[in-house]
Design a protein around this ligand. Structure first.
Ligand SMILES: Nc1nc2c(c(=O)[nH]1)N[C@H]1C(S)=C(S)[C@@H](COP(=O)(O)O)O[C@H]1N2
Ligand SMILES: [Mo]
Length: 506
């Protein structure tokens, strides 16, 4: 332990400093947290194929893995600074300063950053710098010179190290947790203050889904807590309701802005819509279905009066994201909306509070901008969006997909069922078929029909016999087209291929 005192103290100093910076950002601006800002810079600098790989292999855990990586980097830096501290004091201080400059610069480089955003990095650096020497000094009884390491043999010093270290770690953990409430938006959601308006026509409650009768199938409505989250924002933007406006401009006759209160005062529609991500691999779970409340986009656009030559709406948000939605799709009468609520509750921060775009029939990256602040009417020839600049297709209609939810790996022998969900948003699902062990296609029973914009549950009774089995499912959309069997990767416009599951029946 004698040799470990200084590096371990360095790790503690760096992590507690970072946690304090994270907590300071909670008060100021979540995006300015040293860990978040550095992580966000890493995301932006990551080449598109690596990002693609991270989303499809790590799924929604990609953010956690990135944050863990940044924390590990901070800890290693701290260990090095700690090891140097008793030997090369100024070099150790220099290392801490480098860490501070990196995180401060990262915070300042974020879209919409202000000069105050450097403060969390400053808090982290000053605290880390102080702890780096103060803690070992206190453990060693006031003397922090290297040749006094021998004093750690003293049981009193050892106790101080353990108790003090545990205290510091606990304090750091508490600060990090406080800061984290602002990452996930669990604490103090701005939109908690929203009083939801009543839609002009209320939908009847959703019919009972197949989940009541068949275990393992996705519920007809995805609980918001289980709804997938995909975005480029490491910290969900915290949008101030009072200051929020939606600007509608570009190639229009009458550009205008509306406040949140004005938006809520407009006629509201309520719709059941399935949202899915273009990065969803075959059989993946980046898909959710729920009831949304919002204002029709066509109404908002017609008020502005789109001009000749416009064929696209570029929507954007404070995280630097933008999406290119075909104007024609937004005006063709489908229920594209600016949503303010999902499943009867105001949007949560991670799902885009206070308002987001939602376009039935298009993947999220082209039609579902969260934290929406602007709709710019423009053209595909003139403008490109965040993901189209990174190699994805500019228009993104949802492809027909069919997922086997159960069984996935194993099953007990006897009477059971094969079940799942299928979606072809805005075309609907007409048929689902299953083939067992390359046998003939058998038609599955479909669950309740909630409309063409919503997924469909399906189930096929199955007598499972012992051994290894190969299950394949495919869907036919509402226009009579069987989904593509050709295996295609998610880039550039969505995965294709049948979902195949190998099951061991025991
Ligand atoms: N502001 C913003 N909106 C965004 C994104 C983003 O990165 N930033 N990602 C889009 C993508 S790729 C998808 S699939 C959906 C996901 O919405 P959800 O997280 O509510 O499920 O949001 C879309 N809207
Ligand atoms: Mo997505």
């Amino acid at each position: 332990m004698r040799n470990a005192l200084w590096p371990l103290s360095g790790v503690l100093a760096a992590l507690v400093g970072a946690a304090a910076g994270h907590a300071a950002a909670h008060l100021l601006n979540p995006a300015a947290s040293p860990v978040v800002a550095v992580g966000a810079v890493v995301i932006d600098a990551t080449p598109a194929p690596v990002k693609e790989w991270a989303t499809s292999t790590l799924g929604t855990a990609d953010k956690a893995v990135l944050v863990a990586g940044v924390i590990l980097f901070v800890a290693l830096f701290g260990a090095l600074a700690g090891w140097l501290a008793p030997r090369r004091r100024s070099l150790a201080i220099g290392l801490v300063a480098v860490l501070g400059v990196i995180s401060g610069a990262a915070a300042l480089s974020r879209p919409e950053a202000g000069p105050l955003d450097v403060l969390p990095a400053l808090v982290a650096t000053v605290l880390g710098r102080c702890l780096l020497f103060a803690f070992p000094g206190w453990v060693l009884g006031g003397d922090s010179r290297a040749d006094d390491l021998a004093r750690l043999a003293n049981p009193q010093a050892r106790r101080r190290f353990l108790i003090g270290g545990a205290g510091l770690a606990a304090a750091g953990g508490a600060l990090a947790l406080l800061g984290d409430r602002s990452l996930t938006g669990l604490g103090g959601t701005a939109s908690n203050a929203v009083r939801l308006p009543v839609p002009d026509e209320q939908l009847p409650p959703l019919p009972a889904g197949l989940e009541g009768r068949f275990q393992g199938i996705s519920p007809l409505r995805t609980p918001t807590a289980d709804f997938y989250r995909i975005d480029i924002a490491l910290a969900a933007p915290r949008v101030d309701l009072a200051g929020w406006t939606l600007r509608i401009d570009g190639l229009v006759d009458r550009p205008y802005s509306i406040t949140f209160d004005e938006l809520l005062a407009m006629p509201m529609i309520e719709r059941d819509i399935t949202l899915t991500c273009v990065s969803n691999p075959v059989g993946g779970d980046l898909c959710g279905s729920t009831r949304w409340l919002g204002v029709r986009v066509d109404e908002l656009l017609r008020r502005a009066g789109p001009q000749q030559g416009a064929d696209m709406v570029l929507s954007s948000a404070p995280d630097g994201f933008s999406a290119s939605t075909p104007l024609e799709v937004l005006l063709d009468g489908r229920d594209a909306m600016i949503a303010v609520a999902m499943d009867g509750e105001p949007l949560t921060r991670i799902h885009g509070a206070p308002a987001r775009l939602l376009t039935p029939g298009l993947y999220g990256y082209v039609g579902a901008t969260k934290w929406l602040t602007r709709l710019e009417v423009t053209s595909f020839a003139k403008s490109t969006a965040y993901w189209t600049d990174r190699g994805w297709s500019p228009r993104g209609p949802v492809k027909t997909a069919c997922r086997i939810d159960t069984p996935r790996t194993s099953a007990a022998a006897g009477e059971t069922h094969i079940a799942g969900v299928a979606w072809a948003t805005h075309r609907g699902i007409a048929k689902v078929e299953v083939s067992v062990d390359d046998g003939p296609w058998q038609e599955a029973e479909l669950g309740p029909d909630v409309g063409v914009d919503y997924w469909r549950q399906w189930v096929l009774p199955w007598r499972a016999e012992r051994g290894q089995h190969r299950l394949v499912a495919r869907a036919t959309d509402g226009e009579g087209a069987v989904q593509s069997s050709e295996i295609r990767d998610v880039v550039p416009d969505g995965a294709e291929g049948y979902h195949v599951v190998n099951v061991l029946v025991a």
